[in-house]
Ligand binder design. Structure first.
Ligand code: XBP
Ligand code: MG
Length: 237
């Protein structure tokens, strides 16, 4: 089946948001709410195996500060922390987080060649909106027919749910799409949804296992439509 749509992951794929955005935003929220939590680069790289910021904080608290999860207000505590973190993250995005090499060009190439565009991400919708507006302009929001983000599905990556949700929104079979991801959880999610996947590892995911990817490139700089069609066509076994 011909390639009809590109489905982009966001964090680590469109931009190196984890290093310069999410990690410092989590630490700023911990400080703001008076917690003695601090996620350094090494720990954050390990915690990124847990997708979803709320899930990641809950996982960390269960291991390092179980008292935070006890009592009648535990869930509200995570929600308050995540709201503060998202506020700090949005400020960082607004201050300027650049797209990775080749991203603006591949989006223009897709639009000019009639390839449909969508997003499948674990991050919160407001984070996607702010990143697109600040890097590509408000008009870029309309380029993506479907934006599947955060809690629209209960099971986050590596579960296939977000990719299945996006395919349903596009009304396309998995064979018509190519996913572009940066991480093992993202690759597993796309592959579980039956979607051929191009991986461009990011700062935190270079040591991940990318078995099952149709291709693994340093970044998307200089990639052509023919390259995308070839990568989509050579199904990984
Ligand atoms: C990456 C994630 C997200 C971000 C944090 O998403 O796992 O959870 O780390 O964002 P993806 P939130 O690579 O799928 O774009 O705090 O909004 O979850
Ligand atoms: Mg990612």
């Amino acid at each position: 089946m011909n390639l009809q749509a590109l489905i982009f992951d966001v964090d680590g794929t469109l931009a190196e948001t984890e290093r310069d955005g999410h990690r410092p935003a989590f630490n700023a929220a911990f400080d703001e709410l008076g917690l003695q939590w601090h996620w350094d680069e090494k720990l954050y790289g390990e915690l990124l195996r847990i997708t979803g910021g709320k899930e990641r904080m809950r996982h960390y608290a269960a291991l390092h500060d179980p008292a935070f999860l006890m009592g009648p207000y535990a869930s509200q505590g995570i929600q308050r922390l995540h709201a503060a973190k998202t506020r700090h993250y949005l400020q960082r995005v607004a201050a300027g987080l650049p797209l990775r090499p080749g991203i603006a060009e591949i989006l223009a190439l897709a639009r000019h060649s009639g390839l449909r565009l969508a997003i499948a991400t674990t991050t919160s919708p407001e984070n996607v909106h702010e990143l697109l507006v600040n890097t590509l302009g408000a008009e870029s929001l309309a380029w993506f027919e479907v934006i599947g983000a955060g809690d629209v599905v209960a099971a986050k990556k590596p579960a296939p749910d977000i990719y299945q949700w996006v395919l349903q929104g596009l009304d396309l079979p998995a064979a018509a799409a190519l996913a572009i991801e940066d991480s093992a959880p993202g690759l597993l999610a796309a592959r579980a949804a039956g979607i051929a996947t191009l991986v461009t590892p990011s700062d935190y995911t270079r040591d991940h296992d990318f078995a099952g990817a149709s291709a693994c490139l340093q970044n998307l700089a200089g990639i052509s439509l023919a390259d995308l069609q070839r990568i989509h066509g050579c199904r990984s076994n």
